[in-house]
Design a protein around this ligand. Structure first.
Ligand SMILES: Cc1cc2nc3c(=O)[nH]c(=O)nc-3n(C[C@H](O)[C@H](O)[C@H](O)COP(=O)(O)OP(=O)(O)OC[C@H]3O[C@@H](n4cnc5c(N)ncnc54)[C@H](O)[C@@H]3O)c2cc1C
Length: 425
C-alpha cells in the first residue's frame, strides 16, 4: 500500500502526521522502487529501529550506519564492574540484523546534509535518505567539571558509554588496595539512566567487599540535592556495605572546584579528596552529531514531537533514544527500544501506509544493589500535545521482603536477555 493510503490515516498521531507526510511522499516513494530509510547509531535505539523497519517485509531500503562493528551495552555494565557478569556478555554484533535485511555501513557519520537529505560519512561518501532516524546517544559537557577533559578521562574514566572506558574502570577497581578512596562525581539532570551512578557505587562496593579489600570508602559528590530511589539505596547500603558509601549533595560539598588527573585529586569547596580511583560522570548532552546537525536546542538535546519522534527543526528526521528531549522522556535503553519501535511503525505508516496504532510505551528500570537485592522503578508514557507524559509511576518500597528483592534481581537478568534479543536478535 503506497501513496494516498497514508493520507487517509494521518489523524492518528495527534494531527501532526498529516503535515509531515505530504513532502515525504511527493518525490521518493514515486521515483524509486523502495523508500530509503537511514538509521544513524546502532545502539539500543538505532539497532531496534533498523530491525523493526525491516521486520514486517522488504518494502523499505534500510541502512544502519554505526561507527563500530560491535556494541557494548551500557545497561548492566555496573554488574560487570561488580563481578556479576563477564565483559563478553555485554558485547553484541550486527550479523542478525544484516541477516534480516538491514544494510550496514560501519563508519562514523561526519555530517547530516539536511537540505540535500543525505548523510556524509567521514570518508566523504554520501548516503541519501527519504527519512532519517538519528540515535547517536550522548556526549559530555567536558568543561563543566573544571580540569576534566577527554584526555583526563584516560586517568579518571567516565565509563558511561561502554567500551574501553569500562574496561579501564574495571582494571582500576580491581587494583584497589586496603584503605582506598574512590570518588564518583555524579551528574546533574537530565542524564542517561538516573539510578545508574548509585547502582555503580553499590556494585563497586560489592566488588571490593567480595575481594576482601579493607577500609575502602566510596564518596559520591553529587550535582543534585537528591537522586532516584535514594532512601532505598541508602537503606541497602547500610545493610550490605555499612559505612562504606558516603553521599554528599551540593549543599554539603559546595561544588566541584577542580579535578586533577595527575595528582588524582578532586577538590570541592569543602575539602580535597586524594583518591585511588576517580569516576567522573560529566553533565550530558545529545551525541555530537545531533548538535553538529543543528537538531539541538539550548538544553543540548534534540527536541522532538513525542507522537512521531520527529525533530522539531526538520520534518524528515526522527531523533530517538537519549539524544531526544520533549517532556518526560526517560533516558534509558528500555525507553530507547520502545521509542524505536514506535518510530518504525510511524515511518512504515508514512512511507507504506502500514497500520498505525496509538503511540504508547513503558519503562522499567532495575538497579542491582547486591547479587540478590534489586530495586526497580518505572511508569508508562504517552504523547499529549507533542510532549511525552509520564503516567502511573511506581517504585520499590523499603519494607520489601528479601524474597521479593531476590525475585527482582532475577527479573533484571531476564529483562536484559529479552531486551538484547529484541534489539540484536
Ligand atoms: C551504567 C549504566 C547503566 C544503565 N542501566 C540501564 C538499565 O538498567 N536499563 C536501561 O533501560 N537503561 C540503562 N542505561 C541507559 C542505556 O544504556 C541508554 O539509555 C541507551 O543505551 C540509549 O540508547 P541510544 O540508542 O540513545 O544510545 P546508545 O545505546 O549509546 O547508542 C548510540 C550509538 O550511536 C553510535 N554513534 C554515535 N555517533 C555516531 C556517528 N557520528 N556515526 C556513527 N555512529 C555513531 C555509537 O557508536 C553508539 O553505538 C544505563 C546506562 C549506563 C551508563
Amino acid at each position: 500500500m503506497k501513496g494516498s493510503a497514508v493520507i487517509d490515516r494521518r489523524s492518528f498521531v495527534g494531527g501532526t502526521l498529516g503535515a509531515l507526510v505530504a513532502p515525504v511522499l511527493a518525490a521518493p516513494a514515486v521515483a524509486q522502487a523502495r523508500p530509503r530509510v537511514v538509521v544513524i547509531g546502532g545502539g539500543a535505539g538505532g539497532a531496534t529501529a533498523a530491525k523493526y523497519l525491516v521486520a514486517a517485509g522488504a518494502e523499505l531500503d534500510v541502512t544502519l550506519i554505526e561507527a563500530n562493528r560491535s556494541y557494548v551495552t551500557p545497561f548492566t555494565s555496573n554488574q560487570f564492574l561488580g563481578g556479576l557478569k563477564p565483559y563478553e556478555t555485554l558485547v553484541y554484533g550486527y550479523d542478525n540484523l544484516i541477516g534480516r535485511g538491514v544494510r550496514p555501513i560501519f563508519a562514523p557519520v561526519a555530517a547530516i546534509e539536511r537540505s540535500d537529505r543525505q548523510v556524509r560519512l567521514a570518508d566523504g561518501t554520501r548516503v541519501p535518505y527519504d527519512r532519517l532516524i538519528v540515535s547517536p546517544g550522548i556526549d559530555f559537557r567536558w568543561a563543566d567539571v573544571p580540569g576534566y577533559s577527554e584526555e583526563a578521562a584516560e586517568r579518571m574514566p567516565h565509563a558511561w558509554r561502554g567500551g574501553d572506558q569500562l574496561l579501564l574502570l574495571k582494571r582500576q577497581l580491581d587494583a584497589l588496595e586496603d584503605g582506598a578512596v574512590v570518588v564518583i562525581v555524579a551528574p546533574p539532570n537530565p542524564y542517561r539512566c538516573p539510578p545508574a551512578p548509585y547502582e555503580r557505587a553499590s556494585m563497586m562496593a560489592h566488588a571490593l567487599t567480595t575481594r576482601g579489600v579493607k577500609g575502602a570508602r566510596i564518596v559520591i559528590l553529587d550535582a543534585k540535592d537528591h537522586f532516584a530511589m535514594q532512601p532505598l539505596f541508602e537503606d541497602a547500603w547500610e545493610r550490605h556495605y555499612p559505612g562504606m558509601i558516603e553521599w554528599q549533595d551540593p549543599k554539603m560539598h559546595g561544588g566541584i572546584k577542580a579535578v586533577d588527573p595527575k595528582a588524582m585529586t578532586v577538590t570541592t569547596d569543602l575539602e580535597t579528596h586524594k583518591a585511588a580511583l576517580v569516576n567522573v560522570i560529566p553533565p550530558q548532552v545529545a551525541g555530537a552529531l545531533g548538535r553538529a546537525a543543528g537538531l539541538t536546542d539550548e538544553t543540548g538535546f534534540c527536541p522532538v514531537d513525542a507522537g512521531t519522534m520527529t525533530a522539531s527543526v526538520d520534518p524528515n528526521i526522527h531523533v530517538i533514544g537519549d539524544a531526544a528531549i520533549g517532556g518526560d522522556f526517560p533516558k534509558s535503553g528500555f525507553a530507547a527500544n520502545n521509542e524505536a519501535k514506535n518510530t518504525a511503525m510511524v515511518i512504515r505508516h508514512m512511507l507504506l501506509g502500514a497500520r498505525l496504532l496509538p503511540v504508547r510505551f513503558t519503562n522499567h528500570c532495575w538497579s542491582v544493589i547486591a547479587p540478590a537485592d534489586a530495586i526497580k522503578n518505572g511508569a508508562r508514557y504517552e504523547p499529549r500535545d507533542g510532549k511525552i507524559v509520564m503516567l502511573d509511576p511506581y517504585t520499590s518500597q523499603r519494607d520489601e521482603t528479601p524474597e521479593l528483592r531476590e525475585k527482582q534481581a532475577k527479573e533484571a537478568i531476564g529483562w536484559y536477555r529479552g531486551m538484547t534479543t529484541d534489539i540484536f536478535g
